[in-house]
Design a protein around this ligand. Structure first.
Ligand code: AMP
Length: 288
């Protein structure tokens, strides 16, 4: 079904068949940019859409809360769903097409999941703490790419391990799409924007800004402390600041393996962290 919203020229599709037909007929020679999301949109998502609009002739956004990537059913149930507000934001951002499929549309009963060798990238950090999460992410992104067939895929640096794994999948399966990674959009206080931030109470939002400050503190310790000492010091600071940290790791940006020594100057590493606050799981990262 295709619905024409009153307030914009954005087209909304809920079925694979119809969005595919439309793209085949009307995309023409235009470069197609694709921004997959799980909705509850914020400025971080909109920055990806803006990047796509700058680089591409046609911008497609999808909203699909992917059950396959939630290892915790409570997290899936509590995931914010704000479809009406999302529609208004997308229409204002001049997104061309919105794909808003059902679970059955993405995973029909005869669906066969892709197999990709992720070379251990999924065995650390988020992968360790959220078993099966990246299987679900790879499954849905591969499926969406197969449906939309974009020239460019826009993802956020906010989910560092996610875009690294999707980059690996694209390379391994030789998929004809270019991954474009966009910087982390932050609240004025430094908190990385996230759909999950809506679940934080107002007083705790200030506290959440400390995640970014602690990432900056860690950065300032290079090279006075070793990477291991920096990780320990940041974990301790997170605990003192009232968080329940799952991990704080300084890793090689390509292998995602923890570094033992700071790389020679000119080569970057990245600090990645996941913490709990008020029952909400927050992630962030920063290049060091
Ligand atoms: P999500 O809806 O959380 O699955 O995110 C959809 C896309 O938006 C992913 O590529 C995320 O990395 C990206 N994204 C989420 N938050 C931000 C942010 N604060 N800044 C930039 N990109 C983001």
């Amino acid at each position: 079904m295709t619905i024409q919203p009153l307030h914009s020229s954005m087209l909304i599709f809920t079925t694979v068949r119809e969005i595919r037909l439309w793209l085949d007929r009307h995309a023409g020679g235009r470069v197609v940019g694709f921004v997959p999301t799980m909705g509850a949109l914020h400025e971080g998502h909109l920055s990806l859409i803006e990047a796509s609009k700058r680089e591409c002739g046609l911008t497609v956004c999808s909203i699909f809360v992917n059950p396959a990537q939630f290892n915790d059913p409570r997290d899936l149930a509590l995931y914010p769903r704000t479809y009406e507000a999302d529609l208004a934001l997308l229409a204002d951002s001049s997104t061309d097409l919105l794909f808003f499929p059902s679970v059955e549309e993405i995973y029909p009963h005869d669906f066969v999941s892709v197999e990709a060798d992720l070379g251990g990238l999924d065995q650390v950090m988020e992968g360790l703490h959220r078993p099966g999460h990246f299987d679900g992410v790879v499954r849905v992104v591969h499926r969406l790419l197969d449906i939309i067939r974009p020239h460019k895929l826009f993802m956020g640096q906010k989910d560092f391990q996610q875009f690294t794994i999707i980059g690996r999948m694209i390379e391994q399966l030789k998929m004809p799409v270019r991954l474009v990674v966009c910087p982390i959009a932050r609240e004025p206080g430094g908190l990385a924007m996230s759909s999950r931030n809506r679940r934080l109470s107002k007083p705790v939002r200030d506290q959440a800004n400390l995640i970014f400050q602690i990432l900056q503190y860690g950065k300032s310790k290079r090279p006075v402390l070793s990477p291991g000492q920096t990780m320990d010091a940041c974990l301790e600071k997170l605990r003192q600041a009232g968080f329940d940290p799952e991990y704080f790791e300084i890793v090689d940006p390509e292998t995602l393996q923890k570094i033992k020594q700071w790389p020679e100057s000119g080569r970057l590493c990245v600090a990645c962290t996941a913490v709990w606050l008020e029952g909400v799981r927050l992630i962030d990262n920063e290049f060091y």
